[in-house]
Write a protein that binds this ligand. Structure first.
Ligand code: SF4
Length: 487
């Protein structure tokens, strides 16, 4: 997917789709209003948010220790731990584990990590069919589509579109939808329930992700609203969980903080309907085999970046997507990765690097308004990371890739920006020249164009060029002593 077209080109297509914009606007505005209400109920939300950020930062600082503790605890509880350095290795491990069971079908709990690595496609290539069981993921899968939102992957579809997808596609995947299916939410949910029920009862293998992993006991946690996850986690004989290493929390007391932050930020609920926890295997209860695949896939490289590493605090609540004016218009597909919206704009270029045109364009998929930072329950300063990554794209420099320090070359297509920044740096380092330039600009202000020529033309196509004042600020300050003698 990293070879896809850059964000501006992809977004150009989606902003012309009036139906998509209307679906997105309706959904994001509804969720954001509910979230604001749910958060306002807690007087100590600010302290809870600070605690969440601090716990994540401390865990990330000592991640090596907590991962080893987690591995020991999972193993002691009867599970098996596998380490995957990248997507290919994770896919190979899961494929091998499924093949070892002799099965050719798996049921899946909604999981961003498995989307990130393209697990469904890898399993399909090995002759194994993966069935998504989350309602929105089911809609995406049946529609041969891609998710466009972290929490509501089919946010770009309305009820009529969903009814048509169910009517035409369900029969190809299992139990068909009723011929007279209407677009009422209750009928759509019932059709999905019946279609999925037969898969839950038949499946011998399930694949999940996890929202959190508690190192002290080796417990995995899935937080969900529909109950499909609970079915996948308890009915099949073999459970394989693919989880990013940053999902670790040290203790159950730490988990308590996130179980308050996550539901209010994502679904605007005080408490989510289903919280499933499991620790290894238990005789006569749940899966007989449990495998945990710990996924790196660029996370250790991200951890090496002092500014960018805060992206690993993310608990995938999607609050930043729902307030982002760019996401609201462009939709999730334009980001070309499993992670859309503001978090995708900072996480994807760190996990994948900025070598492709798409990944180098993502840090620019923002107006830097800061709304994402305001709502983030773990206080990720997304604008700060965006600016940091823009600098890397324009100037290049040192970064960690595949565990080694490398020098990134400046990306193509930013020559004008680079030249402007270098000129600005030179001017600020030479105050006399800066002052002379300011005076010259003031004296010639009548001759200045209102639109920029050449590469700057696009910038002024939708903005007015700021007018230069008749007198430079520092001259005015000197003349009036900061305004005290101004007439
Ligand atoms: S960056 Fe923050 S607001 Fe966005 S999904 Fe992650 S935790 Fe939620």
């Amino acid at each position: 997917m990293s070879g896809a077209e850059p964000f501006p080109e992809a977004a150009r297509v989606s902003v012309r789709n009036a139906q998509l914009r209307s679906n997105l606007r309706h959904a994001t505005h509804t969720i954001r209003a509910k979230r604001a209400k749910a958060v306002a109920e807690l007087a100590d939300w600010g302290r809870l948010r600070a605690a969440g950020a601090a716990i994540k930062d401390r865990t990330l600082r000592h991640l090596d220790h907590y991962l080893e503790q987690l591995e020991s605890a999972v193993t002691a509880a009867g599970g098996q731990v596998h380490w995957a350095v990248d997507a290919d290795e994770a896919n190979r491990i899961v494929t091998r584990l499924v093949k070892a069971t002799g099965e050719t079908e798996v049921v899946k709990v909604k999981s961003m990590a498995t989307q990130e690595i393209g697990l469904n496609e890898a399993l399909a290539a090995a002759g194994i069919r993966a069935y998504e069981t989350d309602l929105a993921e089911l809609i995406v899968q049946l529609g041969d589509d891609r998710p466009s939102h972290i929490l509501v992957p089919a946010i770009h579809r309305n009820r009529t579109e969903i009814r048509d997808i169910f009517r035409h596609e369900m029969g190809h995947w299992g139990r068909p939808a009723p011929e007279d299916l209407s677009d009422s939410p209750a009928e759509l949910a019932e059709a999905a329930r019946l279609h999925l029920r037969e898969k839950f009862l038949r499946a011998k293998v399930a694949v999940s992700g996890a929202n959190f992993m508690v190192a002290e006991t080796g417990t995995l946690v899935v937080v969900e609203s529909e109950g499909n996850g609970r079915m996948c986690l308890t009915l099949p004989e073999t459970l394989i969980s693919v989880v990013g290493i940053e999902k670790t929390v040290p203790t159950w007391r730490d988990l308590e903080v996130f179980l308050q932050l996550l539901p209010r930020s994502s679904t605007a609920e005080r408490m989510n309907p289903y919280t499933s926890t499991w620790t290894g295997t238990t005789d006569g209860d749940g899966p007989r085999e449990f495998h945990l695949v710990l996924l790196d896939n660029g996370r250790t490289d991200t951890l090496a970046d002092q500014v960018g590493r805060q992206a690993l605090r993310c608990i995938r609540c999607s609050a930043c997507l729902n307030v982002c004016p760019v996401y609201e218009r462009a939709g999730g597909h334009a980001y070309g990765s499993a992670y859309p919206g503001p978090i995708g704009a900072i996480l994807t270029p760190q996990l994948r690097g900025t070598a492709s045109a798409l990944d180098a364009s993502l840090p620019y998929a923002s107006s830097l308004c800061g709304a994402c930072y305001e709502v983030c329950p773990v206080a990720i300063d997304i604008p700060e990371v965006l600016v940091h990554l823009r600098e890397r794209v324009v100037e290049g420099g040192s970064a960690t890739r595949d565990g080694a320090r490398v020098t990134i070359k400046p990306a193509k297509g930013h020559a004008a920006e680079r030249a402007a920044m270098r000129a600005a740096r030179w001017a600020f380092e030479h105050p006399r020249a800066l002052r002379a330039g300011e005076r010259l600009a003031s004296r010639t202000r009548g001759l200045h164009p209102t639109r920029l020529p050449g590469p700057g033309a696009a910038w002024t196509a939708s903005r007015d060029l700021p007018r230069v004042p008749p007198e430079p600020f520092r001259d005015w300050w000197q003349r009036t002593h900061g305004g005290r003698e101004a007439k």
